[in-house]
Every structure is written in structure tokens, then in C-alpha cells.
Design a protein around this ligand. Sequence first.
Ligand code: PMP
Length: 414
Amino acid sequence: MTTAPVDVDTARRDYAALVERGLSLDITRGKPSPRQLDLSADLLTLPRGEYKAEDGTDTRNYGGLKGLTELRRIFADALQVPVDQLLAAGNSSLELMHDTVVQALLSTLPGGERRWADEPRVAMLCPVPGYDRHFALAERFGIELIQVPMTDEGPDMDVVERLAAEDAGIKGIWCVPKYSNPTGVTFSDEVARRLAAMPTAAPDFRIFWDNAYAVHHLTETEAEIADLLTLCAEAGNADRVFVFGSTSKITLAGSGVGFFGSSAANIAWWSGVLAKRTIGPDKVNQLRHAMFLKDADGVRAHMRKHAEIIAPKFAAVDRILTEELGDSGLATWNRPTGGYFISLTVPEGTAKEVVRLAKEAGVALTPAGATHPYGDDPKDATIRIAPTFPDLAEVEEAVRALVVCVRLAVAQNA
Ligand code: PMP
């Protein structure tokens, strides 16, 4: 990007005035705000003495490894997984992704020749910028993380296809296909088709399809993605995809329900290892979720209420960045139509300094680099903005402060 010169003295003065204000703001993590959590207040009183599932199961008791059918039915369409192949589990999809990686290390996957732990090398493709927790959990198990650039329709498939075809150590790819964290990108049908059909050197290659923002629209236009499970089956790679999702940012972030969907063979594999891990999920939580959300239309209506609360915060970030940096060439950013994040790109070599300056001025930002494997953004240019948790006035204040920090970091770097 071509940047307009920033006057260092002005930038320093503005920054000093900012520090003087002694702010204490936090736009680090994509958490729902208390007002959003209040939308699910009824969950705190449900299931109101009820404990029977629709098939008569006593939800208070052990058992029911697949989770309650009525809840799986509500989410089957949104997650594009047939009810029979969709499991409702504990309170977190990240936990399911973690366990899936661990189980793949310890138990040979359908189509695999050996456990990942017995491979000389295990690597995963990481579209960047991406979700830091995906990268951290794979890194924790010694999995090598290989960066792949994101385009505005998903990962750069020329790179993905080439690497997956030539390197048998590459066992998978992390994907957030709708309203990606943090770029807001929704994968095109063409990207999904190529992911489903591409030859892979590893016979047990898996796409970790983390559809965390499946119903999290910010506008009337609801992004749609291709049905990857079906595309994989049609391409003769039925077992290639693991689908994840959760109600964390629909109902209660800490007390929601996580989902896992896949081919019949993968579900059989997963259920086998799962049976050693638990006697069954928290079905009382699942029952109250089914009672509260009722059906897919209930989810849609509920998500509109979330959008009413958070869309103005996203709009405020965009408005302030446009007013303050719009023509300066100092930054670019995305205007997501869903999800939880905005990705701000600043001139190369300045993101860390922006985050440091903001911290000194009392504004906490996600560490620069967190959007890349090993916390290393080679260009040092990406900053993730998470505007959902603070109230609107705080978001506005934090973004104005951020602008001051961008100007100073660039001026110092000139
Ligand atoms: N996946 C993505 C892409 C996320 O952004 C998040 C939350 N920030 C999660 C998963 C975590 O999901 P859960 O609460 O279901 O563990």
C-alpha cells in the first residue's frame, strides 16, 4: 500500500494525549457481551422440571453417546450434516477438535495406514491469517504448521493442492469456512470443490471444517457455503472431512453444546474411541437447548437479536477506521458480514509496535502474530479486532486509540 507521510511530532503529541487519558479497554478476544448472554436468560431456568427427551430418554441419567436427536435435528441443516452423522457433545467444539487430533495420533483413522503418532512427521496446513487456538492445539502435539495464504474466497488452492499432493506428512488443513476468524472470508463453492476433490499424498488427510460461525450473520444477506461432506463423498473422498460447530456464540459461550459431524465411517471410528472417554454427554444441557431454540427458525430469530446488538459495533469500527485512515493508505481492513472479527492490515513491520503502543495506552489488543502459526506473522502486519464484548462507546474509544497508535508506529518506522 502507498502510505501518506505522517508527521512524527503530531503523532507523538496525539499519542501522549492518549496515554494521559489512562484508558483501560480490552478488544482482545471474541467473546459475546453480557447483553448477548442475556438473550439466553431463559436457559438458566430451563428445563424447568422436564427431563424426558422426545424418545423418552431420561436425560438425567448416563448414556446416549450421540447426544439428543431433537438438538441434532435443529443444527443438522446449519452444519450441513445428516442428523444420523451429527453428534451433540460437551460444551465446546475446540475440545472436540483437540480430542480429534489426539485420537488421530493414537488410533488409526479410517483410510489410514498407521496412527499419526507413528508417522515420521505430521504437518497441517494453516490458512493465514487464521484462528490462534487451532494453531496452538496442533503445535502442542508437535504437529508442524505450514502457512497457506488466504484469498478473499478461502485458502489459496493452488498452494494447498500442490502441498497436499506432494507431501505425505501433511495430514490435514484447518478451515473456518464461513465468516472466517479473523478475515471474515466465506469460502467459495470452487474452493470447497477443490478441497473435496484434490489428490492428497496422505491417505488419511482430513479437513478440519470448523463452521464456528454457521449462523452468525451481521446483515440480512446470509452467506452460504457448499456442503463439503456431500462434495467429498461425490469426489470419492467420503472420509476426508470433520465438521465442527457449537452454540457457544448462539447461547452461552461457556455452557453451550458442541457438535461433530462426519462420514459414517469416521463417526463409527469416533464413537468407538469416545466410548472409552465418556459414558455420555450432558443431556440435560442439550434438552434445555432444544426447548429454548425449538427449531432452525428459532435459531435464526435468535441470531437476529445478536446481530442487532453487535452489528452497530462492527459498523462503528468501520466508520472510525474510514474517517481516520480511509484515504491515508496506512491500513486496510475487511468489512465482515458475519462472524466475530475484523482483520486490520497495517504497513509491514508495524503491527507489533501498534499493539505495544496500544497496551501502554491501556488498550489491550490480541498480540500481533497470534493470527499466524507459532505466533509469527512474517510481515508483522495483521491485527485482529474483536468488537463484540465491550459496549459500543468502549469500542469507539478503543478504535480511536488504535488509530493514534497506527499513526505513531508508522511515523516511527518511516
Ligand atoms: N472455532 C473458531 C473459529 C472460533 O473463533 C472459536 C471461538 N473464538 C471457537 C472455535 C471456539 O468454539 P467453542 O466455544 O465451541 O469451543
